[in-house]
Ligand binder design. Structure first.
Ligand SMILES: *[C@@H]1O[C@H](CO)[C@@H](O)[C@H](O)[C@H]1NC(C)=O
Ligand SMILES: *[C@@H]1O[C@H](CO)[C@@H](O)[C@H](O)[C@H]1NC(C)=O
Length: 429
């Protein structure tokens, strides 16, 4: 740690996200809980995205098709594929063990879906299925968190070479796996649509242009074969929204003379805009096809104050019955699930050139209050005793940790797609 400012600077983004997020999460929760409860009564744990595969039995041995979002966490003595020393690409603030987190029980759980088994991540299978492809993670720091989990698991068998980096805090990066000629990249785009993030120099709120995609990632769409979208928490911040050149409304913006419209409708518009753009550009005759994942909202677990010890200090998962999906978590997930369903219908006309799947991780993540860095976002936070104030990250996930499961599920879907496409080929006369 060189200069006096660098450690602070390095940690500035999770810090500011957490600090500024917390009040708005609560605000959103209490303001919008009635709506969520209303929804819940009519669609209790509905899961519109999991149609039964018509011929799952014939391929049952190869790839089970099941609904991965319902299940429970069970003990697993195998533990993760990697650790904080063996993987060199973990963001420091999420390298919990190397930052002195004392309990390691949280590493020994696996997700058991209700009706099937979720296999451990198979790095060789992933690399084989995605040979010569470009996989892009697009979104906020949760997209990056998931990307870093994937890199660590792949790195156990093949070395990623960092070939490009740009932006504050390495927000745009690309790796190349020479063994299988695979490109993996991450694009910072916390709204998916064009946005100006609040800053110390500009306005103290975000500005979003809901009818205009963020060209920072769409400009590269031609070269992307698989895309993983992951957004959510940045929509909770104060913001002004623009559509068709005028102000649509704003959120948490008392000082401004605009109509408060909350953030759910805008989240929906942004997701829709992103999916429609991908489908249009990749599905048509000029497009070269694409596989699309949308990772659903990842719940945070603040139980106390964000800057006090114990903000998220649990060391075990919740049992399934202990927590139900509700409030903002449920609402954000529902928006993503619904928009993905609409996108799948929209993409049908392109005969499978655009494959879309929701990565429905909200519930399984909700059950893991033990998986966050908490105070270990900083190295050895209690080295000089427990102080009054300690910053906590109860939003992102330790690596290794529960977020590895997201990529396990993603691989199962990719395997199923591969089997499906082979079957199509075989059926042809
Ligand atoms: C991390 O993993 C490496 C490689 O598997 C192993 O050699 C090392 O002992 C592990 N370190 C810890 C602290 O578990
Ligand atoms: C706020 O908007 C209202 C309605 O458009 C307008 O009448 C009023 O003058 C505005 N106030 C300020 C301070 O701009």
């Amino acid at each position: 740690m060189g200069g006096t400012t660098s450690p602070l600077k390095r940690h500035s983004s999770p810090y500011s996200l957490t600090t500024k997020l917390f009040p708005y999460s609560l605000y959103a929760l209490f303001l919008l809980l009635p709506i969520a409860l209303f929804r819940f009564c009519f669609h209790p744990f509905s899961s519109p995205t999991n149609p039964t595969h018509p011929s799952s039995s014939s391929i049952g041995k190869v790839v089970e098709f099941c609904s991965y979002n319902n299940g429970r966490w069970v003990h697993d003595k195998m533990g993760p594929l990697y650790n904080g020393s063996s993987c060199g690409t973990i963001k420091e603030a999420q390298n919990c063990i190397s930052h002195g987190r004392p309990d390691i029980g949280y590493l020994y759980w696996r997700w058991k879906p209700r009706r099937c088994k979720l296999p451990r991540f198979e790095p060789y299978t992933f690399l084989a299925l995605l040979s010569n492809k470009h996989i892009a993670f697009v979104g906020d720091s949760m997209a990056r968190n998931q990307l870093e989990s994937l890199l660590c698991m792949l790195a156990t068998v093949s070395e990623p070479n960092l070939v490009y980096t740009s932006g504050e805090d390495n927000r745009f990066r690309t790796w190349h796996f020479a063994s299988h000629n695979i490109v993996v990249s991450v694009y910072w785009s916390p709204f998916l649509v064009r946005g100006v993030e609040k800053s110390d120099y500009g306005p103290n709120y975000n500005e979003l242009y809901v009818d205009s995609v963020d060209e920072r990632w769409t400009a590269d769409l031609d070269h992307i074969d698989m895309i993983v979208l992951s957004i959510g928490h940045w929509f909770l911040h104060p913001a002004v929204y623009y559509q068709s050149g005028s102000v649509l409304g704003c959120h948490h913006c008392k000082a401004l003379n605009h109509t408060e419209i909350g953030f759910y409708g805008v989240t929906r518009k942004a997701v829709r805009m992103a999916l429609e753009t991908i489908i249009e550009r990749k599905g048509g005759n000029d497009g070269n096809g694409i596989d699309v994942f949308l990772t659903t909202f990842s719940p945070s677990h603040f139980e106390g104050e964000w800057d006090k010890a114990g903000a998220c200090s649990r060391t075990k998962p919740y049992r399934r019955v202990e927590r139900r999906l509700e409030g903002m978590d449920a609402e954000m997930r529902a928006i993503e699930v619904e928009e993905m369903e609409a996108a799948r219908l929209n993409a049908r006309r392109f005969n499978g050139r655009v494959r879309l799947e929701i990565l429905d991780v909200t519930k399984l993540s909700l059950l893991r209050p033990d998986g966050h860095p908490g105070p270990y976002m900083y190295a050895f936070p209690f080295a000089n005793g427990v102080h009054d104030r300690v910053q906590n990250d109860c939003v992102h996930w330790c690596l290794p940790g529960p977020i590895d499961t997201w990529n396990q599920i993603m691989l199962q879907v990719i395997k199923r797609w591969n089997v499906d496409s082979r079957r199509v080929v075989k059926l042809m006369p």
